[in-house]
Design a protein around this ligand. Sequence first.
Ligand code: TPP
Length: 619
Amino acid sequence: MILESIRSPADVKALGEEQLPRLCQELREFLVQNVSQTGGHLASNLGAVELTVAIHRVFDTEKDRLVFDVGHQCYVHKALTGRQELFSTLRQFGGLSGFPKPYESVHDAFIAGHASNSVSVALGMARARTLQKEDYSVLALIGDGALTGGLAYEGLNNAGASREPLIVILNDNGMSINPNVGAMPSHLSRLRSKPAYYHFKKWYRSLFGKRPMESRLYRFNHRVKTSLKKTLWPGSTLFEDMGFTYLGPVDGHDLPRLCDVLEWAKELNGPVVVHVNTVKGKGYSFAEQNPGKFHGISPFDPETGLLKKPGGESFSSVFGKTLADCAAEDSRVCAITAAMADGTGLTGFAREFPERFFDVAIAEGHGVSMAAGLASQGMLPVFAVYSTFLQRGYDMLIHDVALERLHVVLGVDRAGLVGADGETHHGCFDPLFLCTIPGFTVLCPASFAELRSMLRRALFQLDGPVAVRYPRGGEGAFRADTSDKPAACLREGGDVTLAGYGVMVNNLLAAADLLAKDGIRAEVVKLNQIAPLDHETVCGCLGGRDIILVLEDSFGPGCVGQRLAAILAEHGRAPKKLILKNLGKTFAPEGSISQLEHSFGLDAAAVAAAVREAMGYGK
Ligand SMILES: Cc1ncc(C[n+]2csc(CCOP(=O)(O)OP(=O)(O)O)c2C)c(N)n1
């Protein structure tokens, strides 16, 4: 096995060229083997095997800075940078992260998780390098999907004009999670069909020997050719128009050619885009045939490609079905996704109502503003978006939606802890940032039945901006529908009051059961609406209690518990003791949701223990 002998990128460089195809083959087997056990991002990594090997042949990632965009395609890089043994712990609590983490390795130049920032980060690094008179290469590795995000253009616009040596490697597989959408993918596909342009450039360069940039004539001709081409030939690439030298398209599975083009890019010493064509899922037939399914996949059988535990009904699928029902009833209802149609449960809606379904690509800010435009003209737009990615649209929520009091509905999916994707993906900010925007109503279903009712209420009964937030996965023990009131008492009890919202009420009910065994009678209050918080309701269901515990899987500062406490204090109804259980000020890592709840003291046992302590039990 060649792969087993690779402890660091120096070992990759030491291999003979003839050994490289075997290494790539072993890397693919390694990926399928490991990801089938742990789950993870498979298809993107299979497609980036040769590209990653080529990067490590040409660059030195201990010194050179490689910035991954999204970062889900970093597995091969991790395997080649001394982390092979850790793959059995991939995406698990305390294990190897599925995304680049500088704390894990010096080879991980920067964190990643959210799309489209790599060019900006890389440009910052390149500028720092120049100011500090250092000498190293800076690379941004970005997919064609991530290239649909507006931030990528802000980076390119600035980087192209900067003249800073910086290499943007565009890994173009024509796919986001699903097929990529919009005008940019069409531009790229036109470029893909013109490999002759690259071959001509390469032939011309070869006339000047091994190091053409050292030839003054080549450098002069390069400049003249570039400006003549810009003026006379309108068919130049967007990248060239933005100030980059464009190299490509290159077959991303042809290792010698990849090494060659990367060497060339390095030599050019300016802003360069290297356009690489890859096949998502390459080398594993199930993933090649169905790259969307194998983009991020749970454990599966490598022989059949079938999931070990087929997914059942989830909040996302219930949301999608309910929205489709609503769209059938009312022709104003539209659905928007930012490249997450499958994840947000909108595939059925897209099939049934293609003309009212909008995939805006990885462009959450644009999604929010477009929803505002639709609402301003009398449509009923629903933007289904993961909580963590909605952070990208914060200003648009305030400026374009809330200021105009527009009736935009947000389906805030993956609210709360999400598990294996870790700190970049947990949906732990939306209860803070949505609730503080004036005019926003935020509804929190805890069961499928409540999600159905609340989505309908958001669409057909409420006005202004409304968010319905729900978690990843399925419902827990709580299955009822209490959505007809802003808060519901789920269990009576006079010793302590446990309050929460969303699926955290399951933990509260379980904690109440545990406390009952000690003879402690816990009242359980469920908040169906966390914004606006009506003072009368809050004082009615929580006022004058001795001990109140508020449980949330969101961050501490500015949490709902603090807002409840302020209201109760304002009305002289503060409890004698208030216990706020949340994530505090810590970013939660990857791990199963139950492990994370346990480690942050948010599970039933921890809630019960906190109550016992507050009541002086066991002292
Ligand atoms: C801001 C943001 N929105 C959505 C996502 C979810 N997401 C993760 S990967 C991905 C597709 C990326 O496609 P591409 O960059 O082409 O990489 P590929 O997987 O095709 O290699 C999406 C939409 C994200 N990570 N960040």
